[in-house]
Design a protein around this ligand. Structure first.
Ligand SMILES: NC(=O)c1ccc[n+]([C@@H]2O[C@H](COP(=O)([O-])OP(=O)(O)OC[C@H]3O[C@@H](n4cnc5c(N)ncnc54)[C@H](OP(=O)(O)O)[C@@H]3O)[C@@H](O)[C@H]2O)c1
Length: 251
C-alpha cells in the first residue's frame, strides 16, 4: 500500500477524476476528508466506497463560488483527520465558447472554482504542513494549462494559472518539506466528458485523432498516477507538471 497511514483532503471528490482518486487513495490505505461539489448523493457514494476499503472517510459538499467557506472546510478536515499529509485540488469546471462571448460572471466563476479555490486551499494546507514539517499538494491541472485550445480560452487561462501557481509554490515551499506538483490529464472519460462525447460524435472523432494512443484516459488511469505522485516513491518530484495525455502534446 503506497499511502498507508497517510491522510488526505481531496476536492472535486463527488465525481469523475476526483472520485477515482479518492477510491484509489482509500485502496492505498489513506484516510480521507472528501470535499464534494454540490452533488451530495454522489459524494456519499464515494465516501461509502472509501469506507468499504477499510479507511476512515468523512466529508462535505461545497460550492467554491463562495470561497469564504474554505477556512471552515480545512478546520473540519483537520478535526476529523487530526493532520493532513496530502491536499489534492481536483474540483474544476469548464466553459466552451468563443472568446468574445464570455461574461464577467462566467470568468469570475471559473477562476474561483478552478484557480482561486486551489490557491486558497494550498495556503491553508501549507500553513499546517509547514508546522508539521512536510506534506504534499497535488493539483489536477490539464493539457489545456500547457497549450491553447480553441473555444476554451477561459478554461485554459484558469489551468495555466494553476500550473504556474504550483511551480512558484514548489520553489517557495520545497525548502520547508512541502512538495507541490501538477498532474495534467488529457481528455478523460469522466461522466461529464462521456456526455459531451455522446452529444457530438464528430468533434469526438476529431479529438481522438489528436491522441497518439488513439483513445481517451479512464479516471482510474489518472488516479493511478495521482497515487504515485502523492506517495514517497515520488519524493524527488517537486514543481513538476506531469502530462497524462496519451501523447497528445507531443504532436
Ligand atoms: N475529464 C477531462 O477530460 C479532464 C481533462 C483534464 C483535466 N481535467 C480536470 O480534472 C478535474 C476533474 O474533472 P472531471 O472530468 O472529473 O470533472 P467532473 O466529473 O465534472 O467532476 C468535477 C468535480 O468538481 C466539482 N465541482 C464543480 N464545480 C464546483 C463548484 N462550483 N464548487 C465545488 N466543486 C465543484 C464537481 O462537484 P459537483 O458536480 O458535485 O458540483 C465534481 O466533484 C477538473 O479540475 C478538470 O478540469 C479533466
Amino acid at each position: 500500500m503506497r499511502l498507508k497511514g497517510k491522510t488526505a483532503l481531496v476536492t472535486g471528490a463527488s465525481a469523475g477524476i476526483g472520485a477515482a482518486i479518492a477510491r484509489r487513495f482509500a485502496g492505498e490505505g489513506c484516510s480521507l476528508y472528501l470535499v464534494g461539489g454540490r452533488n451530495k448523493p454522489a459524494l456519499e457514494e464515494t465516501l461509502a466506497a472509501c469506507r468499504g476499503a477499510g479507511v476512515q472517510a468523512a466529508g462535505e459538499p461545497a460550492d467554491f463560488s463562495d470561497l469564504k467557506a474554505l477556512g471552515g472546510i480545512v478546520g473540519r478536515a483537520l478535526g476529523f483527520l487530526k493532520k493532513f499529509d496530502i491536499l489534492v485540488n481536483c474540483a474544476g469546471t469548464r466553459s466552451h465558447k468563443p472568446v468574445q462571448e464570455f461574461t464577467l460572471e462566467e470568468i469570475e466563476t471559473l477562476f474561483r472554482v478552478n484557480a482561486m479555490a486551489a490557491f486558497l486551499l494550498s495556503g491553508l494546507a501549507a500553513r499546517h504542513m509547514i508546522e508539521r514539517g512536510g506534506g504534499q499538494i497535488l493539483n489536477i491541472g490539464s493539457t489545456a494549462g500547457e497549450a491553447g485550445v480553441p473555444f476554451n480560452s477561459l478554461y485554459c487561462a484558469t489551468k495555466g494559472a494553476m500550473h504556474l501557481m504550483a511551480k512558484a509554490q514548489a520553489a517557495e515551499l520545497g525548502p520547508k518539506g512541502v512538495r507541490v506538483n501538477v498532474l495534467a490529464p488529457g481528455t478523460t472519460l469522466s461522466e461529464g466528458t462521456v456526455a459531451r462525447t455522446e452529444r457530438d460524435p464528430e468533434r469526438t472523432r476529431r479529438l481522438m485523432e489528436t491522441v497518439p494512443l488513439n483513445r481517451f484516459a479512464t479516471p482510474e488511469e489518472i488516479a493511478a498516477c495521482a497515487a504515485f505522485m502523492a506517495s514517497e516513491e515520488a519524493s524527488y518530484m517537486n514543481g513538476s507538471v506531469v502530462l497524462v495525455d496519451g501523447g497528445r502534446l507531443c504532436l
